[in-house]
Design a binder for this molecule. Structure first.
Ligand code: MG
Length: 381
């Protein structure tokens, strides 16, 4: 089901201790606000509106660089004002689902979102809720009483609503009161809110020690995917061969619609394969005149951009070139450097190998050459 999302990142997070407000700190090498936005995009959000303080607009561009499908709006003085500013930025129709999410809960996943959207069929709103495990006490220093935890739940975010219904509920909410979550606003307006199973992974980073735990959990929320690419091009008239982004003088050229760089084509296909994004011919049809004679580095850059848009990053690339000639050895380091540059990787994460087929087959007869590439990509689970 299509849905929009509002991520509230305008708060100061004073309980988290001194330093940057918590959503701007890094977790697993990424700003915390990016975790939430990536998680919602990966779960299928059609748009994510991120609410930030006015002086953070530049910072959010930087924190979310490479992601597509989000926009930032300026928040208000309170969380309620910020949520309403976010809702105003949602373009979906009034009956469409919208998820309101605290940026300080970084580990939102497709499963969480799926449960909430399913519950919206039966109720006006839906919240993830966890039973209270600890015994509850009331008091100041000394215990006045033990409070029964029966029927008590801890509400988390994201919380799901219909756009128009939540907007209307906020319009009726008294200006001098501050709701602690969005479901409370809908409840006050007479809406029915369903509880779906919450998840400890939806924890809110509040106190300094939460960040230590989250840093451990961060590693478990990423998966590594592998992609394989294979390409071959035929030799033809010419005196230059392009391979792995390098120009090599040769007694023949390579025939192809673009510059026929089989090395970069194989890597591009491997990158696309790792993220399940089709193949190079789908993205750059060989009958499209735009790509006639095109330099193949732009194909690879496009594929790398798609990885980033998924919140992923390249880990390494390993290329094998199969030909009798030209000899690859003299160009190997330059090829590695060029590929590393295109993949935005250090050179020791890029390997270029070469082999012949000992005179056998089309590469042995020097009718053409072939390239194979394997890449690894890390993406949100
Ligand atoms: Mg090709």
């Amino acid at each position: 089901m299509s849905f929009s999302a509002v991520v509230v990142a305008a708060g100061a997070g004073l309980r988290a201790g001194p330093g940057e407000p918590k959503v701007w700190r890094t977790l697993g090498g990424k700003p915390i606000v990016r975790w939430s936005v990536e998680g919602l995009l990966a779960a299928g959000a059609r748009e994510v509106v991120v609410v930030v303080a006015r002086d953070r607009l530049g910072q959010i561009d930087e924190a979310l660089t490479g992601l597509e499908g989000w926009r930032a709006v300026t928040g208000g003085r309170t969380r309620a004002e910020s949520v309403q500013a976010g809702l105003a930025g949602v373009t979906a129709g009034r009956n469409q689902p919208v998820l309101i999410h605290d940026a300080a809960r970084p580990f939102v996943s497709r499963e969480h979102v799926g449960r909430l959207l399913a519950a919206l069929d039966l109720a006006d709103g839906a919240v993830p809720a966890l039973p209270v495990a600890d015994t509850l006490k009331r008091g100041e220093g000394l215990v006045d009483e033990t409070v029964s935890r029966e029927g008590l739940w801890r509400a988390q975010t994201p919380q799901a609503f219909r756009v128009g219904r939540l907007k209307a509920a906020y319009r009726r909410w008294p200006a001098n009161e501050e709701p602690t979550d969005d479901a409370a606003v809908l409840e006050r307006a007479g809406g029915h809110v369903a509880m779906v199973p919450g998840d400890p992974m939806l924890m809110k980073l509040t106190y300094p020690e939460d960040f230590l735990l989250a840093e451990h959990l961060a590693g478990s929320r990423r998966i590594v995917r592998t992609g394989l690419g294979i390409d071959a091009h035929r030799f033809g008239p010419g005196d230059v061969v392009w391979l792995c982004g390098i120009r090599i003088e040769h007694e023949l050229g390579l025939v192809g619609h673009s510059d026929a760089d089989a090395g970069l084509h194989a890597i591009t296909d491997a990158v696309l394969g790792a993220i399940g994004a089709g193949d190079i011919g789908e993205h750059f049809p060989p009958n499209d005149p735009r790509w006639k004679g095109a330099s193949s580095d732009q194909f690879l850059r496009h594929a790398v951009g798609l990885v980033k848009a998924k919140g992923g990053r390249l880990l390494n690339a390993d290329v094998t070139l199969i030909c009798e000639r030209p000899k690859i050895g003299p160009h190997r380091q330059e090829m590695r450097a060029r590929i590393a540059d295109l993949l935005e990787l250090p050179i020791d994460r890029v390997s270029v190998k070469a082999t012949t087929t000992e005179g056998m087959g089309f590469t042995g007869r020097e009718e053409g050459l072939m390239a194979q590439a394997v890449v690894s990509v890390e993406t949100p689970a």
